[in-house]
Design a binder for this molecule. Structure first.
Ligand SMILES: [Zn+2]
Length: 490
């Protein structure tokens, strides 16, 4: 049995002004051909799961190309075609095949095509004999469309958020493909959607209301009514028609699968008000932080790099200055990603007081903010992640400066790396536990590292391309009416 395998994943954020190119993919990884058999090492991702399923079944895996980009802007058409054409050429070179496994995200948007996954599947199918099955794994934040439901294609999404089951999803998908090729199953797909979005922080599979809907899906599988239930609360920062919650069911009976999908989508719709995130105005958080004992931690949720943002918003720093945090007794810590300003500060040298314009350069969210401060430290920005999940991995912030603006400590770095670990501050001589306030650009994962040292934690209602207040997102293309923009909770 010959199974072609390809991965092509990117999560688009429509609200950032920069595009995604081949280089954005290469920056993460881009593997080709048989290198894919060993390239992932022990990483528990979709492709290793698919390879293990092939090995167990005695099938021959034919790896074509495997690549992913960090969440980022709309994908440039030329770059998409470069990678897609290579997948197609490599597929042609290994034909005939009995089936194809694709690891996709689901929320990739191209400059001229809002549904990249439908196009990827269409172009792969065009190379195959009719009836050749394709299975596709998807991220739970994928944007699922009717155009993706093509003949001889089945989809399975991640079951978990926070995402811990990429390997299992790749394995499950490839197992389904092998059973399909062997004639043990004949999958059909049913989709049910509701035009609504939630902040990802309030749509975790581990907490209600989503966990209750997940449990119902698992029960449907256990009762043998359907093969696989996938729920897609979708990531909200894409501006595209038909955006919304999707229940996608893989079964063997079309009508039964549709009944299941409709029931799950209705459950989510009925409980939509429970998905509201608990956000607090920025000025209120700063007031509480400066006047309360212990450490106050807040997520600058509007500008998080894990959602594709540039991490260069000045909202928090401006808020701290407006509230007089620079004259406070205790320190406040915040970050801005601005490579240009970091170079300028490094040129001045440690101990020097400088005036420079920081932020908003890559995002174009507004004008840079001019600040005066003393250069405390200069580092290469390499640090060891110390929190659970980090496992001693090395993180890269690029050239990183700590600028003291009175009692404010601005961690000015060059690369928009994840911000959830304490190591990003400790590595440059800052002690988050001793601060009055620490702002992190992380939507929810920061809670793992900060809960043990924080007296209180807030989600700040800040602007930007990863805003968690759905009413603030400047949608123009979503299908109306749309919750929560147009519709009340009941
Ligand atoms: Zn996701």
């Amino acid at each position: 049995m010959r199974i072609a395998i390809a991965e092509f994943k990117q999560e688009t954020n429509s609200f950032v002004p920069f595009t995604t190119t081949v280089k954005t993919f290469e920056d993460q990884y881009l593997y080709r051909g048989d290198d894919i058999l060993t390239a992932f090492g022990n990483a528990r991702l979709e492709v290793p799961g698919a390879l293990d399923a092939c090995r167990e079944a005695g099938a021959t895996p034919l790896p074509l190309l495997a690549t992913m980009a960090m969440a980022s802007g709309t994908v440039e058409r030329k770059s998409f075609d470069t990678l897609m054409n290579e997948i197609v050429e490599r597929l042609r070179a290994v034909l005939p095949v009995d089936g194809v496994f694709l690891a996709l995200h689901g929320a990739m948007i191209l400059e001229d095509e809002p549904d990249a996954e439908a196009e990827i599947v269409r172009r792969v199918r065009a190379e195959l004999k009719p009836g050749t099955p394709i299975t596709v794994s998807l991220d739970l934040h994928g944007h699922i469309t009717a155009a993706m439901l093509q003949p001889d294609v089945a989809y399975i999404g991640y079951r978990e958020f926070p995402h811990i089951d990429m390997y299992e999803t790749g394995y499950r998908c490839t197992k389904l493909l092998i059973d399909w090729i062997n004639g043990k199953v004949k999958p059909v797909m049913a989709l049910s959607k509701r035009h609504m979005v939630f902040s990802p922080d309030s749509a975790r599979t581990t907490t209600p209301p989503l966990s209750d809907i997940v449990a119902e899906g698992r029960a449907m599988e256990a009762r043998g009514e359907v093969l696989h239930v996938s729920l897609f609360p979708v990531q909200p920062w894409i501006d595209t028609p038909d955006l919304g919650f999707a229940a996608l069911v893989c079964g063997e009976d079309q009508q039964q699968a549709q009944v299941a999908a409709d029931k799950l989508a209705k459950m989510a719709w009925d409980r939509r008000a429970e998905f509201e995130p608990d956000v607090t105005p920025l000025d209120e958080i700063i007031r509480i932080g400066l006047s309360s004992p212990g450490l106050t931690v807040a997520s600058d949720s509007g500008d998080t790099p894990s959602g594709g943002a540039a991490a260069d918003s000045t909202a928090v720093l401006a808020g701290l200055l407006a509230a007089g945090a620079d004259r406070a007794d205790r320190i406040s810590i915040c970050t801005i990603c601005d490579a240009e300003a970091a170079v300028e500060a490094a040129k001045a040298g440690v101990g020097k007081t400088i005036t420079l314009a920081v932020g908003h350069k890559r995002s174009g969210l507004g004008d840079p903010l001019t600040v005066t401060g003393k250069v405390k430290t200069i580092s290469d920005g390499q640090y060891v992640l110390e929190g659970p999940g980090g496992n001693g991995m090395v993180g890269e912030m690029g050239l990183t400066i700590v600028l003291a603006i009175g009692s404010i400590r601005l961690n000015l770095r060059s690369i928009p790396h994840f911000e959830w670990d304490l190591g990003i501050h400790k590595s440059v001589g800052l002690d988050p536990a001793a601060a009055a306030l620490v702002f992190v650009r992380s939507p929810s994962h920061f809670r793992v590292s900060y809960t043990p040292i924080a007296a209180r934690i807030f989600l700040a209602d800040t602007p930007g391309p990863t805003c968690v207040n759905m009413r603030r997102i400047p949608f123009t293309k979503v299908t109306r009416p749309f919750y929560p923009l147009d519709l009340a909770n009941d």
